[in-house]
Design a protein around this ligand. Structure first.
Ligand SMILES: [Zn+2]
Ligand SMILES: [Zn+2]
Length: 373
């Protein structure tokens, strides 16, 4: 496979500074990390490619050679890309110092997995902070053995393989220097201790799956699809590791009376044509019940009335939005004799010609009329 241009790999231009190169690599490395990208089989290859590009471009002398002579020049100069590479983790540790992903990174006891849940609320609920109890299945620390996996009152032996630390240490070399890497002990599974009589409840695992109920706070002003994170409410991890998080996706039940645009609500109101001409009032729904609003004389179809502060609050406080009411004029149909005469008199007074025009030349077209949806 032909080698790609190192600058292209990192997505920087040829004049990029050292800092820009480091930043680009750091960003790529995080994107491509297998914990983040478990579904992407190419991630490791792509990561190696990016690391190689970084290995060259972050070294002034190698970069100069590459700029003048390309890949060929580096190779004939004795450079072996990736020769000193250890694993992903080694490189991360050497580059970024320790634990670049928070404790989700695969050192020491494994952190608990996250849990996703969905809560549905109404548009009215968006006005105020809400509490919702949600129930979900989660891995918890066993309450019988308190997570140590031993039947209460029975002895627990210290693991002789890791000496009770739960970790095996391995020293490796990488281009970035010597890296000490800790792996969970394969004998005790990272616990450091081995129960002699497994706990009856959890069978020695120290963890059980059970239903858990959690009170979730949903802030006022939340948008459909936003997620609320509750740190530590997810699955329990291995002993000594942090719990996963709970992510609650908030869905807002569509309300056909309103269209939401951020903090603004849009609704429509039907106005009789005489009300629009003479003025009057109409009732419109708001999130807090129906209110009457004035219709000024001479209101046109499509005119918009703004009702202050009947919209939604901003997510983190601030002014509440407005409700915008679009007036839709209703034209009466099927007039009886008396109504028709009144309408004729009005037309006459307004000087509107409602009579057929002189049809001696050609008859008026009769188009097909589609009523409004
Ligand atoms: Zn137990
Ligand atoms: Zn061990």
């Amino acid at each position: 496979m032909a080698k790609r241009d190192y600058y292209q790999v990192l997505g920087v231009d040829r004049s990029a500074s050292e800092a820009e190169i480091k930043k680009a690599f750091r960003r790529l490395a995080r994107e491509l990390h297998p914990d983040v990208n478990a579904h992407d089989a190419d991630a490791e290859e792509n990561f190696k490619e990016a690391a190689e590009a970084y290995e060259v471009l972050s070294d002034a002398e190698r970069r100069r050679t590459y700029d003048r002579f390309g890949h060929e020049g580096l190779r004939s100069g004795g450079f072996q890309p990736g020769a000193g590479f250890g694993s992903f983790q080694d490189i991360f540790e050497a580059l970024f110092g320790g634990d670049p992903f928070g404790s989700g990174f695969a050192h020491g006891p494994a952190a608990g997995a996250d849990i996703a849940a969905i809560v549905e609320i109404s548009l009215e609920d968006v006005l105020d902070d809400q509490q919702r109890e949600i129930t979900f299945e989660a891995v918890s620390v066993c309450d019988r053995c308190r997570g140590n996996g031993a039947e209460p009152g029975t002895p627990i032996e210290t693991c002789d393989r890791c000496g009770g630390t739960g970790q095996l240490r391995e020293v490796s070399r990488s281009i970035f220097g010597q890296v000490v890497r800790a792996m969970p002990c394969d004998r005790c599974g990272g616990e450091g201790r081995i129960p002699q009589t497994p706990c009856e409840r959890c069978g020695g695992a120290g963890r059980i799956t059970e239903m858990r109920t959690w009170e979730v706070e949903i802030p006022a002003g939340i948008e459909d699809g936003q997620r609320v994170r509750i740190a530590g409410a997810g699955h329990a991890g291995a002993a000594g590791a942090r719990q996963g998080d709970l992510y609650v996706e908030v869905r807002i039940t569509p309300d056909e009376r309103f269209t939401r645009q951020g903090t603004e609500l849009i609704s429509s109101a039907q106005v009789q044509v005489t009300t629009a001409m003479l003025g009057g009032e109409v009732f419109v729904p708001t999130l807090e019940g129906e209110v009457a609003i004035a219709v000024p004389p001479g209101t046109q179809h499509g005119a918009v009335a703004v009702i202050n502060r009947r919209g939604l609050p901003r997510l983190h406080g601030g002014r509440r939005g407005d409700q915008h009411v679009v007036f839709e004029l209703v034209i009466p149909a099927d007039l009886d004799e008396e109504q028709r005469e009144a309408a004729e008199r009005l037309a006459e007074a307004l000087g509107h010609n409602h009579e057929s025009r002189d049809s001696s030349t050609s008859p008026a077209e009769s188009p097909r009329i589609t009523p409004p949806g």
